[in-house]
Design a binder for this molecule. Sequence first.
Ligand code: PEP
Length: 254
Amino acid sequence: MRRKLVVANRKMNGSLASNQVFLEGLLLGTQDYPYADYAVCVPHPYLFQAEAILKGSAIAWGGQNMSRYESGAYTGSVSPRMLTEFGCEYVIIGHSERRQRGHDTDLAIGERFEVAAKAGLKPILCIGETLAEYEAGITDLVTIRQLNAVIQELGIKGLASGVIAYEPVWAIGTGKAASPAHAQNILSFLRKHIAMLDADIANNIRILYGGSVNATNATELFSMPDIDGGLVGSASLNTADFVAICQAASNAYR
Ligand code: PEP
């Protein structure tokens, strides 16, 4: 059985003081919920703080992006090895907020995934359709194109080191989560696509749902057989809400 994974995407939020409150609250708040895995993805300058507070705990941490290059003249970029030096286990790759602003193409995302995995990170590959694509009924085409960009880059075996997060763009930060049935439908479709290439990987890879997951809808979303947890933006800015989502994930295991 796949353990649920709940990942906080704190985006460009936080401060030393507020992060400390959140991270310490999370350590305390999740103590009674050991049946799921948790991670917090913070802005790069706060990685040292996440490491200082979370090291030795069951909660992992990670970055929200990284360069597709290992080192060199890339002013303003952060390499995969820099993330691992600060103890990161995860890195978010291809978030729609980066795809939409043109920073990330399918090709660049495939390359990023590959160098992240090579550095020993677990890439969290974000895929998902826009509202226009959803309304046009092409969610499956879009998500498969985005997934295949990574599979083409490093082969199906290479996908195994990562996590997939299906995040419909229309659900991100809007308060309008996909229905559990819609999310389940797409995740099952993605898993079947992977199974055609490698049944073991399909069975073991964690596929998360992201997009307005909150303390109220988490239990129903996580009860779906193919939803292996959540990538959580807005609700990760409030410790109590995020802990309630962690509780829903842990409870889903039993
Ligand atoms: C996200 O940005 O990855 C996300 C899921 O945000 P939200 O939970 O706010 O929709």
